[in-house]
Unconditional design. Structure first.
Length: 405
């Protein structure tokens, strides 16, 4: 899968070790390969079977395991990213001192990959001058420190020292391997939300799209330095700062807006749910029951195929990305529908996701597959819509996190 990383998740002996399960799960669902290196202390808090089931790989704990394959350095050498969550005060001190008397220490020293740590300890331990000096040392060496947050700790204690939430850790970790501002100078047009086709001044034909995925794409693109035009149709979420916002309530208005913006765009991402049909006649006054009897017949006409039109007129250096929401229950049927639509539309990439009464629309999470021209599977990703947005951008821009030499 495009952009898939070899991620080592180190887990050390703190009560926050249970949160490491969420960190591992997020990486796996996003399509990355995860190796878990756990200390003996960590296994007192989280069982090996849990970690192996979530990571889909054996858990490594012993320095003298796999001697023939030189595992004590091989894991670190193969890593593209190392994340230690939780990182206890003891672990932080050992990392700052360069100790390598356990497998995790060896893994870190044997790797040139970015290292991200998520401290977790009591407030007094975090604020101790020794811990602060060790954190300063690690930061000076390029280690990314995520948190800690302030909140409820073990027992009745509360204050700084709480491990950050898994989503925050994963986002920071992936940012550590992605070059800062990798989309600087890239001009991206993104459509988001669901169009509405007026029946009369009161009613419309619409869909259940909230615009969350499109807004997440705009947010991720802005954070990565892109110049973003967001063409919005009835969003349920607030657009991010830093975008040029254009309102396009209906399919026709969206077509005009995206056509106007397309000329200057390097990438166009059609994440909006565009109505396929519109009423042939729009009433000037409200349709009343007394005027229609027991039945109301509507005559609908097709809206223009905006995605196909953009693909047909695209410049050779322009990337066109479509979205397809399907209700197919089986994965092979979903992919077949996606490949057929990709060929029919002629775009460069198609993001396909399953929708239904309880999935896809209005949720904060998403599961997608990205098909490239020709029907090749370019990406599978699952997680928060912001996580999925970054993975989609990685795939369609070619700015994928590359293994560190």
């Amino acid at each position: 899968m495009t952009g898939s990383l070899n991620v080592v998740v180190g887990i050390t002996g703190g009560i926050a070790a249970y949160k490491a399960v969420g960190v591992i799960r997020s990486f796996v669902l996003a399509g990355h390969r995860v190796q878990v290196v756990a200390t003996q202390g960590a296994l007192r808090f989280v069982g090996r079977p849990t970690l192996e089931a979530i990571s889909r790989n054996p858990v490594h704990t012993e320095l003298y395991e796999g001697v023939a394959e030189v595992r004590h350095v091989a894991i670190g050498q193969a890593a593209d990213l190392i994340v230690i969550a939780p990182a206890t005060a003891n672990t932080i001190a050992r990392l700052a001192s360069g100790l390598a008397d356990d497998l995790l220490g060896n893994t870190v020293l044997a790797s040139t990959a970015p290292v991200v740590i998520a401290p977790a300890m009591h407030t007094e331990m975090w604020q101790n001058p020794a811990t602060q000096a060790n954190i300063a040392t690690l930061r000076s060496r390029g280690v990314t420190v995520v948190g800690p947050a302030s909140g409820q700790l073990t027992g009745t204690d509360s204050g700084p020292g709480r491990m950050e939430e898994p989503e925050t850790i994963v986002q920071a970790a992936l940012a550590a391997v992605r070059p800062a501002g990798d989309l600087t100078g890239t001009r991206i047009v993104i459509t988001a939300g669901g169009t509405r086709e007026a029946l009369d001044p009161v009613r419309f034909l619409g869909n259940r799209s909230s615009g969350k995925q499109g807004v997440a794409l705009a947010t991720a693109a802005v954070r990565r330095g892109a110049s973003v035009t967001l063409i919005a149709s009835h969003l349920d979420v607030t657009p991010p700062d830093g975008v040029t916002l254009v309102s396009a309530p209906s399919a026709t208005e969206l077509q005009h807006a995206v056509t106007d913006a397309a000329g200057a765009a390097d990438i166009i991402i059609m994440a909006a749910a565009v109505s396929d049909y519109r009423p042939a006649e729009v009433r000037d006054t409200k349709i009343k029951k007394g005027d229609t009897g027991n039945e109301l017949t509507l005559r609908l006409v097709q809206n223009p195929d905006i995605l196909a039109g953009l693909a047909a007129s695209a410049r050779p250096d322009q990337v066109i990305v479509g979205f397809a929401a399907e209700t197919a229950p089986a994965e092979d049927e979903l992919l077949a529908l996606g490949r057929a639509k990709l060929e029919r539309k002629g775009c460069d990439f198609l993001v396909v996701n399953r929708v239904g009464w309880n999935e896809g629309f209005a949720l904060d999470t998403n599961t997608v597959v990205v098909l490239a021209r020709g029907g090749k599977l370019a990406l599978e990703a699952s997680g928060s819509k912001l996580e999925v947005a970054d993975r989609i951008l990685d795939a369609v821009t070619g700015h994928v996190p590359a293994p560190v030499a």
